[in-house]
Ligand binder design. Structure first.
Ligand code: SF4
Ligand code: MG
Length: 325
């Protein structure tokens, strides 16, 4: 099948002093092979928690309490520590907002890039050559000589390029990028997005791109998943979701003016109201307190996901229930 990653009804909770925090609830999504999916939502909506869980990374106080994360049909949430480590080295890679998260400050770039290739065939010098080639590909000048450098010797933008080189060195099937350009200025951001797009086309990997920049997602991604307070509220192709948003939350984000996203909107707009308490999740639709269309049914019944403008475009809102209005 052409589906690389399938998340089915995934729920993750965190233990907190106030009780169980239900950070992710009933998440469904699909990433086809070689596609770029944007994961968008306000801060605290669970997009980073979801992205990390795809790589088998759930914080120590967190538990997967239901559902499955299937990578080519194999459940990541049931893998042993060793299987996870092998998966992360080979099939799934990550890049982060802060490149230093992925880099060891006291080990040279060359050594780190050798270590990443621990399961790959070839001699040490072949692996060094591969590392230098990859650094050169991401635009590090004088790449072979830079293998002896330490992470702090690179500027912020160059450091993110090094991380991208490291993440793609083992030719993963899936790259998870958690706001990789948020810390960079606009010029560097454009360059990094362009680089990711080129590399994705060359290498054919799928990308899950976590972002709160709608404009960046519109530029880079094929598909988009919109999250709100720990749930997926809408998903589909960028074209369908951004030009024909079906969920009132997505509509609020786009301010009913899709033409704006390509040009100006870098940040998620602020919409009125506060996020619900995820320790005491309200019954009904999670968006009801902020939704201009909410009616009685919304406060009593959690909406299921409905087909919106096409078969791959889905939204969780009672407005889409042809029978129930
Ligand atoms: Fe608004 Fe009701 Fe749809 Fe929720 S289900 S988004 S409250 S209309
Ligand atoms: Mg985040």
């Amino acid at each position: 099948s052409d589906v690389l990653l399938e998340v089915q009804n995934l729920s993750i909770e965190f233990g907190t002093p106030r009780g169980r925090l239900r950070a992710l609830r009933g998440i469904d999504l699909e990433v086809p092979k070689g596609r770029i999916m944007g994961l968008v939502g306000e801060s605290g909506c669970g997009k980073s928690t979801l992205a990390y869980s795809l790589a088998g990374l759930v914080a120590g106080n967190g538990d997967i309490v239901g559902g499955a994360i299937l990578l080519d049909g194999v459940d990541v949430s049931k893998m042993s520590a060793r299987e996870l480590r092998d998966m992360r080295g080979q099939r799934v890679s990550m890049i982060f907002q802060d490149p230093m998260t992925a880099l060891n400050p006291v080990i040279t770039i060359g050594r780190q890039m050798l270590d990443i290739q621990y399961r790959d065939p070839g001699t040490k010098s072949e692996k060094r050559a591969r590392a230098a080639q990859m650094l050169e590909r991401v635009g590090i000048p004088d790449a072979a000589a830079q293998l002896g450098s330490y992470p702090h010797q690179f500027s912020g933008g160059m450091r993110q390029r090094v991380c991208i080189a490291m993440a793609l060195l083992t030719k993963p099937d899936l790259l998870i990028a958690d706001e990789p350009t948020t810390a960079l200025d606009a010029t560097l951001e454009v360059q990094i997005i362009e680089l990711l797009r080129e590399l994705q086309q060359e290498m054919g990997c799928a990308i899950v791109f976590v972002s709160h920049h709608l404009g960046t997602v519109a530029e880079l991604c094929d598909d988009v998943t919109v999250m709100y307070a720990g749930e997926v509220v809408e998903r589909g192709s960028v074209r369908d979701v951004f030009h024909n948003p079906a969920h009132p939350y997505t509509q609020a984000l786009l301010e009913c003016d899709p033409a704006r996203i390509e040009v100006a909107t870098r940040q998620l707009p602020t919409i009125p109201g506060t996020l619900p308490d995820l320790v005491d999740v309200p019954r009904g639709c999670i968006f009801a307190p902020r939704c201009p269309h909410a009616w009685e049914r919304c406060r009593g019944e959690h909406p299921r996901s409905y087909e919106a403008s096409g078969p791959r475009h889905r939204a969780a809102c009672h407005l889409l229930d042809a029978e129930g209005r």
